[in-house]
Design a protein around this ligand. Structure first.
Ligand SMILES: Cc1ncc(COP(=O)(O)O)c(C=O)c1O
Length: 384
């Protein structure tokens, strides 16, 4: 018996309809969309265009504002390094200050740190509040005359907190600062409307909303011109060279289309399931705490994530937890146990972080899964 999958924030199962839509592009429609002189090429090109339209419909942007890539890690790196190149070209002698937060995904934090080390930019890794959120008031304290980029994630991957992205983006726009958001955990879970939210750059991976792995997009607002990050045959309007991964792009388009149809109903259902789980646990484990915003606070918390602090270190009861698949708030390596940087950023001690479990659910989580998960967790953590 496989464990019950409660790790949807790590990756989601690929939707069967996504796989169905991809198969023809692995079999008969294997053409290269860059070669539209033949039917194979134009069939592939049309499918890529349709996929971009589906993603654009989900996030309310223009298809031409999207560049296909290998996912959020690539997108986050591209924003940082392509923007530095642009800024240095425009004003070679100007200082450059970038801001991101201590609770971002490593693909953002480490891109910014690499830019500090190799490109000489000034960097502020700013704190988050106890819910993992940065408000405009918090951000204002760190703005300098030469601040050029602020990057703050839409939804936190560990504790599910939602940043006030609209207000943050508006503030940056008013102050002529570029604003990037890593929306990897937001797409398909909550409304992402780029008509209403003036971000300059947005990044995501398809595998977090039932699409394939290794594919995603960088959204760049139409008025901004960035030099390419990858040079080559000039694909994608010369913004990212390399033959397009057509089956995965088609799968992403299908995933986006399904997300648009199902997102609100799914969010309602998963919120109910998480509430049920938490209520059942709390009866037997009264010391239990939620990391990040309260479950009732639907504007501030992802509908699929529940980060819980138990009364003992989770790695001490791992065998008892083998019936469920989840994530820990700490990682063991040969160098010892390291606590999650996100949990540290919201003020947890090492012991609290090591007693934390992240449960994340989604499209195929059932009531019975939730009941069994509650039973398993209670058995493992209930004091004898
Ligand atoms: C918020 C966030 N950003 C970026 C990434 C990186 O995504 P990928 O590994 O698909 O590039 C993840 C993946 O866990 C994530 O959760």
């Amino acid at each position: 018996m496989k464990p019950i999958y409660l790790d949807y924030n790590a990756t989601t199962p690929t939707d069967p309809a996504v796989i169905e839509s991809m198969l023809p592009f692995l079999y008969e429609n294997f053409g290269n969309p860059a070669n539209i002189l033949n039917q194979y090429g134009w069939t592939a090109e049309n499918a890529v265009k349709e996929a971009a339209k589906n993603v654009a419909d989900l996030i309310h942007c223009q298809p031409q504002e999207l560049v296909w890539n290998a996912g959020a890690t690539e997108g986050n790196n591209t924003v940082v390094f392509a923007l530095i190149r642009k800024l240095k070209q425009l004003e070679p002698n100007e200082k450059i200050h970038f801001i991101t937060s201590q609770a971002e995904h490593w693909s953002v934090i480490n891109s910014f740190k690499a830019a500090e080390k190799f490109e000489g930019i000034e960097l502020d890794l700013i704190p988050v509040n106890q819910d993992g959120i940065v408000t405009v008031q918090d951000l204002k304290k760190y703005i300098k005359p030469h601040t050029k980029l602020v990057s703050l994630m839409w939804v936190n991957n560990e504790i599910g907190s939602i940043n006030p992205v609209k207000e943050l983006a508006e503030f940056c726009q008013q102050n002529k600062i570029y604003f990037h958001t890593d929306a990897t955990q937001a797409l398909g879970k909550i409304d992402v409307d780029l008509q209403k939210t003036p971000v300059h750059f947005l990044t995501f991976s398809a595998h977090k909303f039932y699409g394939p792995k290794g594919v995603g997009c960088l959204f760049t607002r139409a008025m901004i011109q960035l030099d390419p990050f990858l040079f080559g045959g000039g694909q994608q309007r010369n913004q990212r060279s390399g033959t397009l991964n057509v089956p995965s792009i088609v799968g992403t388009g299908t995933a986006a289309k399904i997300a648009k149809e199902k997102m609100h109903a799914e969010a309602k259902r998963t919120r109910e399931l998480l509430k049920k789980l938490y209520t059942e646990l709390k009866i037997e484990l009264p010391d239990l705490k939620i990391n990040g915003p309260d479950l009732e606070n639907t504007d501030l918390r992802s509908p699929v994530n529940l980060s819980l602090q138990f009364n003992k270190q989770a790695d001490l009861v791992l065998p008892e937890l083998s019936k469920i698949a989840f994530s820990l708030g700490s990682a063991c390596s040969t160098a010892g146990t390291s606590s999650s940087h996100v949990l540290k950023a919201i003020g947890l001690t090492d012991k609290q972080a090591q007693s934390t479990i992240r449960l994340s659910i989604g499209r195929w989580t059932t009531e019975s899964d939730i009941r069994q998960a509650a039973e398993t967790l209670i058995k493992a953590f209930k004091p004898c």
